[in-house]
Design a protein around this ligand. Structure first.
Ligand SMILES: [Zn+2]
Length: 713
């Protein structure tokens, strides 16, 4: 630690944070544990009677976060109607979530809890982080219930919550792995780095919060508060308490979301302490790189190590910034975001190129076949960009969020909702026998993670700001909420997005009102036009929110049109795996509805039927010589006949290094990769070690190791 800037523990107690205090839950429903700690709570907090503001809380409750420019709206305020996401979400609720419940049972995850209450004699089953699978599933149900009642799901989750909470110990501790003969290892420093106790509790809190925001029921939330306030905060933290480290970041964002409900500032401070790292737990360099924790987050300069850990640490740190306004965090977050989007993100929004350590690779190390691209990492990317967007209102974050959602995340679940990808490689050869989609993994982090994201999706469509409303995502949908000044507002989107780039938006304020409608113009759109009540607007700029400030009256209609012509993308020449390849992106193609038979056949199967359409588009582009020249992959000199555009495999792209200002790659999926077998640089299936670019010897690349046969954590 010598030479590194030390930050005093007191600096975590930010002055700005106190302004973020939110009022507490109904006193009658809150645990004694919480109230016993009330003396330490922020002075803004005063116990209140029954309250119903849980109904108003979104994916994140930023209503009092002092450094949030945008505020979430509740999941229930947006109804996604017929269309792409309505169908995916329906499958999620009717098939994926119920079947995951059965799989958790069948694989002993619930008996792990029952064992602790004498209701099961089965031995502990599953890896050390198995409790989190149950909690993530609970969160998925919580979000599903926020969109409307599902009596069967509700009774299912209430039973799960009862059995989970019953296993909690009297001191607040809850974990089904570190019990019995393992109890003596509980929270030992070396166990904290690998044992996932805090990771599990983070997911517990998120599950509890989602269920609370659906129902107002605090049973699980109370248990989470008991863990945090009775066990964690009194025992762990700055001296003289015992040291604490986040072996797998997750607890940080959960503690901050808990703080946003309880107003108990000690929860925010503990998150800040963990993000800073506790130097009483000595860790080798490779370990702090892998965990993306254990050293000050603000000392990080690049994304490295385990991709999900890194993304979750970035989420927690952005949350910390939203509450404290700590400028060093903001600086670090932006540097890391630039590092990711310029050099380490696939065109799918997936991250984590190495299977070895499920880790980020070096800059431009983005192999296709060997890509790891864990579903959880793409989800972490989406959640991080949601937080960065809240801090800024900058659509560059929404572009990455949308890219990850439609590609790196969406690919993680089969169309029938029964199979899941852990890895999401960008190229896949079924003849290897590897099953890329499976109903269950012993490390089953991704499936319930996908379920919670699909269930929470309505909460990502809009935000409010002090000047008006922000529209982020497009789908046939209806929003029924209000502006921050309290004026009711309904917004209806009619569209066939993402199959079509036209959107009709009717705006219905409760009374004629002046406010700004911030309409996202996707960065991938080559051209876009927007009109209000038939009058064309100027200043429409892809990659920005169009601020439409006027007096809105019921019946006003916005019409937006985004050019969805297929685009040919070429990779940054530093990405050696893509030499000689281009990708095509068009929104309507990742999971074509007319090709549902592609289900379960791996990523390659998704694109059949679109080849000819795309081939024609590519041929036209090439014949018109509209492709930019690529110093390493001279496609501009190729004339590809249609038959060569038959290979469907996912492919990635990076913006050019010299691009200024840098922007994320264009949108959506790659539907297919153009590969010319005769091309000098085509079809590099395996990157040899220490490859030097033939056209630029100064460029050197290191290979990743072969993909492991089974995912680890
Ligand atoms: Zn995962």
């Amino acid at each position: 630690m010598a030479g590194k800037e030390r930050i005093s523990r007191r600096q975590f107690v930010s002055t700005g944070a106190s302004a973020a205090a939110v009022s507490c839950l109904p006193i009658s429903k809150f645990s004694k544990a919480m109230l016993s700690e009330a003396h330490a709570m922020d002075s803004h907090i005063s116990p209140m009677g029954e309250r119903s503001d849980w109904k108003e809380q979104g994916v994140e409750n930023l209503s009092k976060s002092p450094f949030a420019k945008l505020r979430n709206i509740p999941v229930h305020a947006v109804t996604i109607q017929s269309g792409f996401w309505a169908w995916r979400r329906e499958v999620n609720v009717t098939k994926s979530i119920p079947s995951m419940h059965d799989l958790l049972e069948a694989n002993g995850r619930m008996n792990n809890f029952r064992r602790l209450t004498g209701n099961s004699k089965d031995p502990q089953r599953g890896p050390v982080y198995s409790d989190s699978d149950v909690y993530k599933w609970t969160e998925a149900v919580g979000f599903a219930l926020q969109s409307g009642d599902h009596p069967e799901l509700r009774s299912m989750v209430e039973k799960v919550i009862s059995e989970v909470v019953a296993a909690q110990q009297s001191d607040g501790y809850l974990n089904t792995y570190y019990v019995g003969e393992r109890a003596s290892q509980r929270m030992l420093p070396q166990v904290q780095t690998t044992g996932h106790e805090l990771y599990c509790m983070g997911h517990f809190l998120q599950g509890a919060i989602a269920f609370y925001r659906a129902t107002g029921d605090t049973k699980m939330l109370d248990a989470g508060i008991r863990f945090v306030n009775d066990f964690l905060i009194p025992g762990y933290g700055p001296p003289p308490k015992k040291p604490i480290v986040s072996g797998h970041p997750e607890i940080e964002m959960a503690l901050i979301e808990l703080y946003r409900i309880t107003g108990d500032k000690r929860q925010l401070d503990l998150a800040g302490y963990i993000l800073h790292g506790d130097d009483r737990i000595p860790l080798p360099n490779y370990r702090t790189i892998y965990m993306f924790s254990g050293t000050p987050f603000t000392a990080r300069t690049k994304l490295e190590g385990h991709a999900v850990r890194a993304m979750y640490a970035c989420c927690g740190s952005t949350d910390y910034y939203l509450e404290t306004g700590d400028a060093t965090y903001w600086q670090t977050l932006n540097a890391l975001w630039d590092d990711m989007t310029k050099t380490k993100m696939y065109v799918t929004g997936g991250v984590g190129s190495r299977s070895d350590g499920e880790a980020f690779g070096d800059a431009y190390e983005l192999p296709n076949y060997l890509a790891y691209g864990e579903s959880c990492a793409a989800i972490g990317n989406m959640m991080w960009n949601w937080r960065m967007l809240a801090a800024t209102g900058d659509s560059k974050f929404t572009d990455v969020l949308e890219r990850a959602l439609y590609n790196g995340i969406n690919s993680g679940m089969s169309l029938d909702g029964a199979l899941y990808c852990y890895r999401n490689p960008l190229a896949f050869d079924p003849s290897t026998g590897e099953k890329i989609r499976n109903p269950w993994y012993d490390t089953t982090c991704c499936p319930p993670n996908l379920e919670r994201i699909f269930a929470s999706l309505p909460g990502y469509f809009y935000s409010t700001g002090k000047d008006g409303i922000y529209l982020h995502l497009y789908a046939n949908s209806e929003m029924n909420w209000h502006l921050e000044n309290g004026i009711g507002l309904k917004i209806a989107q009619k569209t066939n997005y993402p199959w079509d780039g036209s959107v009709e938006i009717s705006v219905t304020p409760a009374q004629p009102s002046n406010f700004t409608f911030f309409l996202r113009i996707p960065g991938w759109a080559a051209h876009a036009s927007v009109s209000v009540n038939g009058e064309e607007l100027s200043g429409v700029k892809p990659g920005a929110y169009l601020a439409i400030n006027r007096r809105w009256t019921p019946g006003d209609t916005i019409r937006a049109s985004f050019d969805m012509t297929p685009q040919v993308l070429e990779a940054n020449p530093h990405v050696v795996d893509d030499l000689g390849r281009v990708a095509i992106q068009r929104p309507a193609s990742l999971l074509p509805r007319r090709n549902r038979s592609a289900l379960g056949h791996g990523l390659n199967g998704c694109c059949r039927g679109f080849d000819r359409v795309l081939a024609r588009a590519i041929s036209r582009r090439i014949q018109k010589r509209s492709l930019r020249r690529n110093s390493c992959g001279p496609f501009s000199r190729c004339c590809l006949p249609e038959r060569q555009v038959a290979r469907c495999s996912v492919f990635h792209l990076q913006p050019r290094a010299a691009q200024n200002p840098p922007s994320p790659p264009h949108f959506y999926s790659l539907l297919c990769v153009v590969e010319s077998p005769s091309h000098i640089h085509g079809s590099l299936d395996v990157v040899p070690e220490n490859l030097t670019c033939p056209l630029n010897p100064a460029l050197h690349f290191r290979a990743t190791s072969a993909a492991r046969s089974s995912p680890g954590k």
